[in-house]
Design a protein around this ligand. Structure first.
Ligand SMILES: Nc1nc2c(ncn2[C@@H]2O[C@H](COP(=O)(O)OP(=O)(O)OP(=O)(O)O)[C@@H](O)[C@H]2O)c(=O)[nH]1
Ligand SMILES: [Mg+2]
Length: 441
């Protein structure tokens, strides 16, 4: 699937940003660096150098940081460099053109995952570690993230699948022995099936325990409610640090629910912006407001936004509409133009994001609704899917009487483990057959 050659690829998205990063790996890296920077990098292993990149006509393409890693001390195990261009997609396209114009045989755009693939081929990472890199990026829960980091930094040994892999190698070895040495008096079918059932019970228990740990609630859901024009969408945008919700001075601007995830102090939140409350809501506005009410039972905490125009009866109506008991805070908005004399939280649109987080007491709200966070696990979601696949064999194996069929099904499980970890070779199995069971023949 993967051919040799020197490969390159951007490792940040090609969008306007402070930097766009490129990685190049393979035997031509030093040659490429020499051509595009007019400098020799061979003595600069793992050092950041600020250099100019030159285009074909000798004009400067960019001035940027470049780091060179000499083989085998690089992520892929090959000569590798990382180039941090100014974050313009135009510069990035000029850079790719520059590489093409070098016309170096075998120099090409990398395929998905090819850098990690090479790191496995060159024994810089195990298959599991390479997969963990990808998992770390896509993690949804802190428990799983911590596990994937451990897997990456400490190796396969931390995986909860390792003891199961040992068990299945032992079981398969025992069965293989029983087939090859049918006359062996020590062989006991019932005893072996008992061990097999224990193996599946272990799989089941691990699946159950770790599913609870990984899928446990981590997110605290917060909804912004209040009268029209009070500043809900302004606060929503501020909290998520994006201009997502439309903000205007027209009452009833927001009609539908918007939600967005954000993090503060390693805590995960989901925030909802909603259509505002007023006595004469438009048809769509009313529909949006009702929609928000419908999901209110899934919300942990409400920020009820009020200003000088809000009456006590408006607040009561909001609490009633969203079935709120004690899980809310009153937030007074537009404190730059209104002077309040209450003990409520006061905010305005000029406050910095972090200041708003603190004023809203987000950390203590999170701990109030999310208990026992960051439980330890030694499985990730992919490994749990793997366990489920293994458990699919349970019924067929425990009900089977023919030792040859059981052996074949066990072989399938072993192959699945091989696929999951990389290869379990026959020696692993034969070692156990001939040493552990003391066959002595
Ligand atoms: N002076 C001042 N104006 C603000 C502040 N927050 C919001 N506004 C203004 O108030 C108006 C309404 O703000 P929005 O955030 O759209 O209010 P909303 O509650 O989402 O309104 P609806 O979507 O209509 O329910 C806009 O013109 C904002 O610029 C603030 O802290 N100070
Ligand atoms: Mg709004």
């Amino acid at each position: 699937m993967f051919k040799s050659g020197t490969i390159y690829s951007n490792f940040t998205p090609l969008v306007k940003a402070p930097v766009i990063g490129y990685r190049i790996s393979g035997e031509d890296v030093l040659n490429i660096l020499k051509k595009i920077t007019k400098k020799n990098f061979s003595r600069y292993h793992s050092l950041i150098r600020i250099v100019k990149l030159y285009q074909k006509d000798n004009s400067i393409l960019d001035e940027c940081s470049v780091v060179f890693f000499k083989s085998p001390k690089s992520f892929t195990g090959e000569d590798l460099c990382e180039i941090f261009l100014h974050g313009s997609p135009l510069i990035a396209s000029q850079f790719e053109q520059l590489l093409k114009d070098l016309k170096i045989p075998g120099l090409r755009l990398a395929k998905n995952g090819e850098f990690s693939y090479r790191s496995v081929l060159n024994s810089k990472n195990s298959l599991k570690q390479a997969k963990a890199i990808n998992e770390i990026i896509s993690n949804e829960s802190f428990s799983e993230l911590e596990y994937n980091k451990k897997l990456l930094f400490e190796g396969d040994i931390v995986s909860g699948l390792i003891p199961l892999r040992e068990e299945i190698i032992n079981l398969f070895s025992e069965i293989t022995a029983s087939i090859d040495f049918v006359d062996d008096e020590d062989f006991n079918f019932k005893k072996m099936m008992k061990k097999t059932r224990k193996f599946f019970t272990n799989c089941n228990n691990l699946l159950h325990k770790n599913r609870t740990n990984i899928e446990q609630k981590n997110i605290c859901k917060i909804m912004l409610i209040g009268q029209v024009n009070v500043g809900k969408s302004t606060l929503f945008n501020k909290i998520i640090d994006k201009d997502r919700a439309i903000v205007t001075n027209i009452k009833g601007t927001t009609r539908d629910i918007l939600s967005n995830e954000f993090f503060f102090n390693s805590n995960q939140f989901e925030i909802y912006d909603t259509a505002g409350q007023r006595s004469k809501q438009g048809k769509i506005e009313k529909y949006g407001y009702k929609k928000a009410q419908k999901i209110s039972n899934k919300i942990d905490h409400f920020f009820v936004l009020i200003d000088k125009n809000t009456k006590k009866s408006d607040i009561s109506a909001l609490l009633r509409d969203f079935t709120i008991h004690k899980n809310f805070s009153l937030i007074e908005t537009k404190s730059d133009i209104y002077k309040y004399k209450t003990g409520n939280i006061k905010i305005n649109h000029s406050l910095e994001r972090d200041k708003i987080y603190k004023k809203l007491k987000l950390s203590s709200i999170h701990s109030k609704y999310v208990k026992n966070k960051h439980k330890k696990t030694n499985f990730n979601l992919e490994e749990m899917d793997f366990l489920r696949r293994i458990l699919d064999y349970e019924h067929d194996i425990v009900n089977e009487k023919d030792i040859l069929i059981i052996a074949q099904l066990m072989r399938n499980i072993l192959d699945d483990f091989s696929f999951e970890f990389g290869y379990i070779n026959n020696e692993d199995v034969y070692d156990r057959v001939f040493s552990k069971f003391c066959i002595g023949k």
